[in-house]
Design a protein. Structure first.
Ligand code: BEZ
Length: 276
């Protein structure tokens, strides 16, 4: 019988290089570093196979797979069961969520070796043998194999994968531009100039400019700039045929007016449309 200390591990911190491992999965053995090489990746864990909330989450991720692929993110799930159990469960997941295909690997971790390595275990959730189950952990890993974001939910609360896509959009944007994204930001919204950038440097970095918001303290730390990698002007500045411009203009008005009705992941299409 393993003691609880055998399941304890140092939690991964933001900026840590994630550990490598080899493990069996529903798509055969996975060498983690090889699998994620050069890509963004999301590794997310589940308490147990054949449990209701997990079934809904894995189906939702199946439907979101094209959105992860569009962002160049490799998707890997983990649950504390063996591959035979995982494979038996996939039919239920796909039947519960219409249209869902579990087109990503589910890692097997019956001994909790990986869960301990990644600090995913929830001491409050115990299986029938008295062994801790994994919490609902989300690890978003950059192409440099460093941990960029982690979220930990208890077994009783399912995750919001719209939010996971939203944070990936923010992480990928802020990795490349000197901006931060404000509360409830979505692709196409204004961004904030990071505090460490001087006004002079910001003027050079952001050709579209930035506005400084006046606040009672008189300090000039809230500086807004259009999202740097969305070219809102391209429709009027790129030479096109008159017919082409007309069609694009009509579509742009339609898409812009639809914005409030689009789910966050669809806004990426909006954004691609504008950068096209
Ligand atoms: C679930 O996935 O529904 C679940 C798993 C473990 C504990 C509670 C809920």
């Amino acid at each position: 019988m393993q003691t609880s200390t055998e399941f304890e591990a140092m939690a991964l911190k933001l900026g840590d290089t994630v550990p490598d491992f080899t493990a069996d999965s529903t798509e055969g053995p996975i060498e983690f570093y090889k699998y994620i090489e050069g890509s963004w990746a999301i590794l997310f864990s589940h308490p147990n196979d054949f449990t209701p909330v997990c079934t809904t989450e894995l189906g939702a991720v199946g439907n979101f797979l094209p959105e992860f692929e569009k962002r160049g993110v490799k998707v890997i799930a983990l649950s504390c069961n063996d591959v035979v159990s995982h494979k038996g469960w996939i039919g239920d997941i796909e039947s519960y969520t219409p249209g869902a295909k579990v087109g990503y690997p589910i890692l097997a971790d019956p001994t909790r070796e990986l869960a301990v390595k990644f600090g995913m275990l929830d001491p409050d959730e115990i299986d029938s043998k008295g062994i801790p189950l994994t919490a609902r952990a989300v690890f978003i890993i950059g192409p440099d194999k460093k941990l960029k974001l982690s979220i930990l939910y208890p077994a009783t609360t399912g995750r919001n994968f719209h939010e996971v896509l939203r944070v990936i959009d923010s992480l990928q944007l802020t990795a490349n531009f000197s901006v931060a994204t404000p509360v409830n930001w979505n692709v196409g919204d204004k961004c904030m100039v990071i505090p460490s950038l001087s006004n002079e440097a910001a003027t050079l970095k952001f050709p579209k400019g930035f506005e400084t918001v006046e606040v009672p303290s008189g300090r000039s730390y809230i500086r807004l700039t259009p999202q740097p990698n969305v070219d809102w002007e391209c429709l009027s500045t790129t030479p096109q045929s008159d017919v082409g411009v007309g069609i694009l203009h009509f579509l742009s008005i339609f898409v812009a007016n639809s914005e409030f009705f689009l789910a966050p992941e669809c806004k990426t299409m909006h954004f691609f449309f504008y950068t096209w």
